[in-house]
Design a protein around this ligand. Structure first.
Ligand code: AMP
Length: 277
């Protein structure tokens, strides 16, 4: 079947078939990580909708909204190649009326870790994801573990607002040398890219340790060695569902998450580690 491009709710209604619908929300500039999400959705549902929308609400005033990569034609080719049925690409004007008033608050969980570094980011993200859920009305939605706090916040929203949508978390796709794929990697110079490898190397060094302080220490020393070219924003070991930092005696699964600036580019990455035990 040919790929359908839907611009609004009426287009989406017309395109809807029988059977379960899976939604893969993206901001475009699609890469192998997005492809894996689309494939995961394809395996689970009769119809796959990929949304492409660079959401102004989730960017801070000094962030990269205006220069965020936009590669719509190439993105359509990726969606077609991966067997998506519908690309939902609304305009910002359609999504946000100038006189709009009501939006979501992500709560305390939206103000820690990545939320502390990017005030308002998770409020904007949850608001657009809820709008996409309401427009597309999917049975399930697939998100990447790459944005671990985003995934945790969406699960929280589904629980707190009683949404009848199954949330699937998909593993992070990496380059052979460990760099997590990101639409922002295209900003990196060759030299930046070498520096950026410290993120995944630090996470791997941490994951090889046992107790929380050792995990953080091992990861930290890899990151310190890459300074000042790598400007660390945070390195934390957190509970996977609340993103609260775990104590020194914690045992169980945790997320080791890092954010750093390399050149003008801010990168995030994380791994799930098994602590203590
Ligand atoms: P974005 O277009 O960056 O907003 O990402 C759209 C979706 O793709 C989100 O659920 C991300 O977590 C996911 N994603 C981004 N990069 C990767 C990756 N390297 N591996 C797996 N999923 C990813």
């Amino acid at each position: 079947m040919d790929l359908i491009v839907a611009r609004d709710r009426a287009d989406l209604r017309k395109a809807r078939g029988d059977g379960p619908v899976a939604l893969v929300p993206t901001m475009g500039a699609l890469h192998e990580g997005h492809r894996s999400l689309i494939r995961d959705a394809r395996a689970r549902a009769a119809q796959v909708v990929v949304s492409i929308f660079v959401n102004p609400l989730q960017f801070g005033p000094h962030e990269d909204f205006s220069r965020y990569p936009r590669t719509f034609d190439a993105d359509l080719a990726v969606c077609a190649a991966e067997g998506a049925d519908v690309v939902f690409a609304p305009s910002a004007e359609d999504m946000y009326a100038p006189d709009r008033q009501v939006s979501l608050r992500s709560g305390e969980m939206g103000r820690i870790v990545e939320g502390a570094a990017r005030p308002g980011h998770f409020d904007g993200m949850l608001t657009v994801v809820l709008k996409l859920f309401n427009l597309v009305q999917p049975d399930l939605a697939v998100f990447g573990q790459k944005d671990a706090q985003q995934l945790a916040m969406i699960r929280r929203m589904v629980a707190d607002l009683d949404l009848d949508i199954e949330i699937i978390g998909a593993p992070t796709v990496r380059e052979p040398d460990g760099l997590a794929l990101s639409s922002r990697n295209r900003y990196l110079s060759a030299a930046d890219r070498q520096v950026a490898l410290a993120l995944s190397r630090a996470l791997a060094a941490g994951a090889a340790q046992g107790a929380a302080p050792k995990i953080l220490g091992a990861a930290r020393s890899v990151l310190d060695a890459a300074a000042p070219a790598l400007d660390l924003d945070y390195l934390v070991l957190v509970d996977p569902s609340t993103f609260a930092e775990v104590g020194e005696s914690y045992s169980g699964a945790a997320v080791l998450a890092v954010a750093a600036r390399v050149g003008a580019t801010r990168l995030i990455d994380n791994v799930v580690v098994s602590v203590g035990g």
